[in-house]
Write a protein that binds this ligand. Structure first.
Ligand code: ATP
Ligand code: MG
Ligand code: MG
Ligand code: MG
Length: 462
């Protein structure tokens, strides 16, 4: 059943509203009174105050559609069909109200009933925690074939002591066409994406005590339901697109990027990264985030620079991201009307930063040319370019490739390692910020370089 993003959002919120859920508006991406989080990264994040009892909700049943940022997924953006740094998470929550059977019942009905998403039940595969036979039997009773139910040891949510519990996750089978195997997967450096995870339903059921085996955890007096379903993944499945990026939640931005670059979109990672990152930048800056050299601002700055680096691979050699803001706003403003009033300031901030980074690139290039000796660039020089000029190693490699220069990569990484050890000791990163954004803050140039290599592979494929 074909559905636009707008229809998916409305279907979700109305379905749960009709079943007694209060619609909670999407909260700012910047957490309020929560120093443990850098960004709101799930629908439950801004509702934590209700789950831990700091505030009493007006209704024990809540539904929402929450803007989310997950920078820990950055390396997957454009590589998998389904990951973004910015996405919208649809959720339904029970705070000490209904529990497992009802939650699964809602899940089954909204997914399969033709009045709602109308997904054939034959296409659904469901994982459950092996000990959670109630979850399994509930799905079977509703009509899911037992062979579509997969026990999974990892389906258990637990963060130290406190509320914890099993979860059940719903996957959509996109058919044999997506069933790449063996060499194909390796050649394309992707995972099998025939089965896409679309929804996670968490049963907050036990009081975890890390000293005990799970089977001895005590049941919580008030059990909760917390669920999260990715809007872009629903759109991908319901619109029948190859990846999330050809849906109406990304494609308009990709089309504009085609116009700006003069390059035709054929699935290149660069288009996907740009489209994803500009959405993150537009929403985060609209919510009041800035670009800076630490914390949240630093994360955004890296995201912007990363988008520009990918832009270069499709011949975008001057500021372009700011031009995509209009398209993001046009695409999203019916649900997020605030975007419109912030648009001009967002564009200005992005433009200024782009100009600065493009200037860095051109200074770095000049220095690079001076540093080459006998068609070689030694590791120390490459590192100085990176460290002093802010010239990313991928750009050095790009230049080297174009001009038949060899770069002492090992030497570069040695220098980088020395510096990392030095700064690791010096830098005080907020513990929790670290847990959310670890892979991003420790986003080493080495992992960036892997991105560059992938880019090269992509370029060859095209
Ligand atoms: P995956 O295994 O695909 O990385 P996840 O298990 O990390 O997803 P959850 O933490 O269970 O995701 O989040 C709930 C839902 O939110 C997922 O089922 C998915 O639909 C959506 N989602 C999670 N991460 C992303 C992302 N980076 N981009 C888009 N949608 C996402
Ligand atoms: Mg994930
Ligand atoms: Mg998962
Ligand atoms: Mg999951």
């Amino acid at each position: 059943k074909y559905m636009t993003a707008k229809q998916i959002r409305e279907t979700w919120l109305n379905y749960f509203k009709e079943r007694g859920h209060q619609i909670e508006p999407s909260a700012s991406l910047i957490p309020v009174n929560d120093p443990t989080l850098l960004w709101i990264n799930a629908g439950v994040a801004p509702l934590k105050k209700y789950f831990d009892g700091t505030e009493t909700p007006r209704s024990k049943r809540i539904t929402n559609l929450q803007k989310s940022i997950r920078t820990n997924d950055i390396d997957n953006v454009g590589k998998t069909a389904r990951h973004h740094t910015f996405f919208e998470m649809m959720g339904n929550f029970s705070i000490g109200d209904y529990f497992k059977e009802e939650a699964i019942g809602f899940g089954y009905e909204i997914l399969t009933d033709a009045k709602y998403f109308g997904m054939p039940k034959e296409k659904l595969y469901i994982t459950y925690y092996p000990d959670d036979l109630v979850a399994k039997e509930t799905w079977v009773k509703l009509g899911i074939h037992p062979t579509h139910l997969i026990p999974l040891e990892t389906n258990f949510w637990e963060i130290g002591a406190g509320p914890s519990g099993p979860c059940t996750e719903i996957y959509f089978d996109r058919g044999e066409g997506y069933d790449l195997r063996g060499p194909e997967l390796i050649a394309n450096d992707i995972e099998n994406e025939r089965y896409i995870e679309i929804w996670n339903i968490v049963f907050s059921q036990y009081n975890a005590d890390p000293k005990l085996p799970r089977s001895s955890y005590k049941e919580l007096p008030n059990k909760n339901i917390d669920t999260g379903a990715g809007l872009e993944r629903f759109a991908c499945v319901l619109q029948g697109t190859k990846t999330n990026f050809e849906t109406d939640l990304h494609y308009p931005v990709i089309q504009k990027t085609e116009i700006l670059s003069g390059v035709t979109y054929e699935g290149q990672m660069a288009f996907k990264v740009i489209s994803d990152h500009i959405k993150t930048l537009t929403f985060a800056i609209s919510d009041g985030a800035t670009l800076s050299n630490e914390g949240r601002g630093y994360v955004l700055r890296r995201i912007l620079r990363r988008a520009i680096k990918y832009g270069r691979s499709i011949q975008l050699m001057e500021p372009f991201l700011y031009k995509l803001v209009d398209d993001v706003v046009l695409m999203m403003k019916s649900f997020y009307p605030d975007l419109e009033s912030k648009k001009e300031i967002v564009k200005k901030i992005i433009y200024k930063e782009e100009v600065k980074f493009f200037a860095t690139i051109s200074d770095g290039e000049k220095h690079l040319i001076q540093s080459i000796k006998d068609h070689k660039l030694d590791g120390k020089e490459a590192f100085k370019l990176y460290d002093t000029y802010g010239f990313p190693i991928e750009l050095t490699m790009e230049y080297a490739e174009e001009n038949q220069i060899t770069v002492d990569k090992d030497g570069f990484y040695q220098e980088l390692e020395i510096q990392k050890t030095r700064s690791r000791d010096a830098r005080k990163v907020n513990q929790s910020m670290k847990s959310q954004d670890e892979s991003f803050l420790q986003f080493t140039e080495k992992s960036l370089f892997v991105g560059y290599e992938t880019l090269q592979v992509e370029a060859k494929v095209i």
